[in-house]
Design a protein around this ligand. Sequence first.
Ligand code: CAO
Length: 427
Amino acid sequence: MSNAIDIKVPDIGDFSDVPVIEIFVKVGDTVKAEDPLVSLESDKATMDVPAPVSGVVTAIGIKIGDKVSEGSVILSLATGDAPVAAAAPSPQPSPAGGRGSEAAAAVLPAGNAEVEAGFALAYAGPAVRKLARELGVDLGKLKGTGDHGRIVRADVEAFAKGGGTSAAPAASKAAPAGGGVGGIDLLPWPKVDFAKFGPTERKELSRIKKISAANLHRNWVVIPHVTTHDEADITELEPFRVQMNKELEKSGVKISMLPFMMKAAVAALKKFPEFNASLDGDALVLKNYWHIGFAADTPNGLMVPVIRDVDKKTVPEIAKEMGELAKLARDGKLKPDQMSGGTFTISSLGGIGGIYFTPIINAPEVAIMGVCKSYWKQHSADGKTWTSRLTLPLSLSWDHRVIDGAAAARFNVYFANVLADLRRVLF
Ligand code: CAO
């Protein structure tokens, strides 16, 4: 006997009013249990809602663009079996916008690094990723025809059939924006049998490394980077930091220079708002929140946890949160939302060494501050009398599409002045 059941949106966490971005079935289609029915997209993730049981679609209650929440009826399914619970199984998430994350790592296919990087960056839902894997299609080579460039089933199917309509060059081969100059025609990567020259061993890159490699590569190729170096006089700040650590000894919180730099960054970002922004086509989105990411070195590779609302937190609060996030990063337990939403990043090698470096901007941010180890430097204001000053080397990389050299120099000078005398944040 045939039963008609309503298929509803299952528990999708904290999300509500999530737009339907793709409907995979039509009335009359036969679906198997676990087949994807629709794709929903929040600002954090794309989720496919799978069929809870096999059946025939008898009615569809939603259309693309409709907003749904847990319990919204998606469609009706005629099943040949006894009635079943109408709730669908757990939705299958993937990261929105194809940005690198643990969630992205979970859906990577086994394969070479380039293909895996393509999957990690692709803007596509889980069902489309699965289909691409089944058909052996490299998602990194497709240009989506869905909203905002999302890759839909039809793109994958057309590509697999050899239509080639979706083929897009990988980022490294992309033609320069503006055209006219032609694509970058690079020599193939050198293929060398290293074993001919001596013993070797092969070590696969970690998932995190593959994802961050793809992100770094895109950012390096797409963003016209310039790095401006400067230095901050932290002769006064360092003893204050040491003193505060003594006073806070019992609390268990240890404050390095980094939380102070986070505060200085917020002060500078408030003074120069175009650094706390993202490019969106021809417009700049200026953000009125100050979430600062920090590069963390982990056994699996580089991760960038984000501390939210740094402007509202004290230095010890920032230090405590930073310690917790750095530990989660090292243990491989950072959640995607603990790595998202950043407006500016600080990459500190101060605990290790170096003087200057050229950090790569963490897109879609427009600038990143690199910091190295402080050192004592002879300084003279007049060329006659000399004093030793504790000097912190700063390397600000900025997106030249958004920021000019003069603004970058002013940002650095202000950032350095705030570190030299924190009273400046009051002005
Ligand atoms: N100058 C001098 N000493 C510094 C310093 C600086 N700029 N910054 C930190 N230090 C000192 C600290 O005070 C600490 O000293 P003690 O051991 O005597 O207390 C020591 O160096 C170690 O600091 P830390 O690195 O543990 O702490 P942090 O807050 O500075 O940094 C974290 C935390 C998570 C950012 C850091 O551990 C890390 O992972 N850094 C690497 C980031 C990275 O890889 N960047 C490159 C990205 S591009 O590939």
